[in-house]
Design a protein around this ligand. Structure first.
Ligand code: CTP
Length: 415
C-alpha cells in the first residue's frame, strides 16, 4: 500500500523540470496567493526566483516567498546592481502574477523604474501575465489598450476569472487559478505542434435515468479525458471537451460542453464534428445500455421487479460512418491483458487508433492519476508502462501526430 502510493506520487509529471521561472509579483491583493503558486511551480520541477514591487510587499512579505522558493527574493534594482540583467539572462520564462494595471501599463510603455519593469525589458524569452484587479479597472479602455499591446507582442495572458472580488464587487478580475497559471507557463514553453488543429475530447461517465432520481452509470472519473484536453491545449490545439458529470474543473481555454446521457453526448459529438475537427478522442465511458423506459416520477420500489434495458447508439460507429470524418481514437477498458478484443473493437468500429488498458493492473484502474496503456493503430503498438495520465495524454497525441506526418517507427510487441 505504502510503496504503491509512493510510486503514484513519483508518477507526477514534472512539466517544468529543469526550467527556471522568474516570477514577478506586483501589488494586488491576490499577491498572497503567490506562496502557493511558488510551491506548485516547484512541485512541477521548476526553480523559482521571485521579484516583488514595493506594493506587493504590502500584501505578502519577501520572507514568505523566500521560504517558499528557497531562493533570494529581489525587491529593488539596487539590491545588487546588475540583477535586472542577470536574473532575466538566467530565466527560461517570466511570469507576472498578479499583474496589476500599473505593471501592465509600465510594460506596454517601456517604463523601467522598478525591478520587475527593468527585468522585463532585459528579458528575451516567453512572458506570461496573470492580470488581477477590480473589474472596472480591467474593462477600462486604457488598460485594455495596454494589454492588447502586450498581447500583440506575443506576451501570453492567463485569466482573470469572473467572480466575487476583494472589493466586494463582482466581475472579471480575479487572479486565475494556480493550476491554470501553471498550465499557461507550461504551454508557453511547449512546442505548439497541434496549432491549427481542432481536437474534440469526450470524458467522464454518462448517466442513464430510470426515473428523476435514479440512474445507471459507471466509475469513470473523467481524469484521462481531461488530461488529454489539457495536453492538447498546451500544444496549441483548439479544444472542445464534451464531458459527462465529473468533479473536475474545466481546463482554461477549452470549450466545455457538459452532458448527462449517452444520447446527449452523441448529439454534442455529432454537432461538434459537423463543424469540422481534426481528431475525435473518445475517452468517455459511454453507457452501453439505458433503461427501456424512464418513469416521470420516482418509482416505488415495491413495483420494480426487473429493469428492461435498451442499447445506446454507438457514438464512434456513427461518426466513423460519415463521409467527412475526423481521425478517431477510441478507448478499450478491459479486465485482462489480452489485446485481441481491443484490436477487434478498433476494426469493427472503424477507429484509427485504440487505447487499451487493463483496469485490473495496479495504478491503471478508475479514479487514479496514473494509467498504463497500449496505443494500437494499424501500423503497430506502443506500450507506455505506468505513467501519469498527463504523460499518457501526451503519448497519445504524439502517436496521432506521427501517424499524420508519417514519421512513425512502429514498435511491434509480442502479444
Ligand atoms: N463508445 C461510444 N459509444 C457508446 C459506447 C462506447 O462511442 N455508446 C466508445 C467509448 O467512448 C470508447 C469505446 O467506444 O472509446 C469503448 O468501446 P466499447 O465497445 O463500448 O467498450 P466497452 O464498453 O468496454 O465494451 P465491451 O463491454 O463490449 O467490452
Amino acid at each position: 500500500m505504502r510503496s504503491s502510493s509512493a510510486a503514484r506520487r513519483n508518477q507526477k509529471l514534472k512539466r517544468l523540470k529543469n526550467r527556471s521561472v522568474l516570477l514577478g509579483v506586483s501589488g494586488g491583493v491576490a499577491a498572497y496567493k503567490t506562496a502557493d503558486l511558488v510551491r506548485r511551480l516547484k512541485d512541477d520541477g521548476a526553480s523559482v526566483t521571485v521579484m516583488m514591487t514595493g506594493a506587493a510587499q504590502q500584501f505578502i512579505t519577501p520572507l514568505s516567498l523566500q521560504v517558499a522558493s528557497q531562493n533570494t527574493v529581489y525587491t529593488s534594482i539596487f539590491q545588487d546592481p546588475l540583477t535586472h540583467i542577470s536574473l532575466p539572462a538566467q530565466a527560461d520564462i517570466m511570469l507576472i502574477a498578479p499583474a496589476t494595471a500599473n505593471i501592465i501599463a509600465k510594460f506596454a510603455n517601456g517604463i523601467a523604474d522598478d525591478i520587475l519593469s527593468t527585468a522585463f525589458l532585459a528579458f528575451q524569452g516567453p512572458v506570461v501575465v496573470a492580470p488581477s484587479m477590480n473589474w472596472k479597472m480591467y474593462e477600462h479602455p486604457v488598460f485594455q489598450a495596454n494589454l492588447k499591446r502586450l498581447l500583440s507582442l506575443g506576451i501570453r495572458q492567463v485569466g482573470p476569472e469572473s467572480g466575487p472580488l476583494a472589493c466586494g464587487e463582482e466581475g472579471a478580475g480575479r487572479l486565475a487559478e494556480v493550476a491554470a497559471i501553471i498550465d499557461a507557463v507550461a504551454a508557453a514553453m511547449t512546442e505548439q505542434d497541434l496549432a491549427g488543429k481542432k481536437v474534440i475530447v469526450s470524458a467522464g461517465p454518462t448517466r442513464e435515468y430510470l426515473d428523476p432520481v435514479r440512474f445507471i452509470s459507471n466509475r469513470s472519473s473523467g481524469k484521462m479525458g481531461f488530461s488529454i484536453a489539457r495536453a492538447a491545449l498546451r500544444r496549441g490545439a483548439e479544444v472542445v471537451l464534451i464531458s459527462g458529470p465529473t468533479a473536475l474543473k474545466s481546463p482554461s481555454g477549452a470549450v466545455l460542453r457538459q452532458v448527462d446521457t449517452a444520447a446527449q453526448m452523441l448529439r454534442a459529438v455529432t454537432e461538434e464534428t459537423e463543424k469540422g475537427a481534426s481528431v475525435l478522442i473518445m475517452a468517455a465511458a459511454v453507457a452501453d445500455f439505458r433503461p427501456a423506459e424512464q418513469a416521470r416520477t420516482k418509482m416505488e420500489k415495491q413495483r420494480v421487479r426487473a429493469i428492461a434495458l435498451d442499447r445506446t447508439e454507438d457514438i464512434i460507429t456513427r461518426i466513423a460512418s460519415r463521409k467527412k470524418r475526423p481521425f478517431i481514437v477510441g478507448f478499450a477498458a478491459e479486465t485482462g491483458p489480452d489485446l485481441k478484443r481491443a484490436m477487434l473493437k478498433m476494426q469493427t468500429k472503424k477507429m484509427d487508433m485504440i487505447v487499451f488498458n487493463d483496469v485490473t493492473e495496479e495504478g491503471a484502474g478508475f479514479e487514479t492519476d496514473t494509467n498504463s496503456v497500449v496505443i494500437i493503430d494499424r501500423k503497430g503498438k506502443v506500450r507506455t508502462g505506468l505513467r501519469s495520465k498527463d504523460e499518457i495524454a501526451d503519448a497519445i497525441l504524439d502517436r496521432y501526430l506521427k501517424i499524420k506526418t508519417r514519421l512513425y517507427f512502429p514498435i511491434l510487441l509480442k502479444n
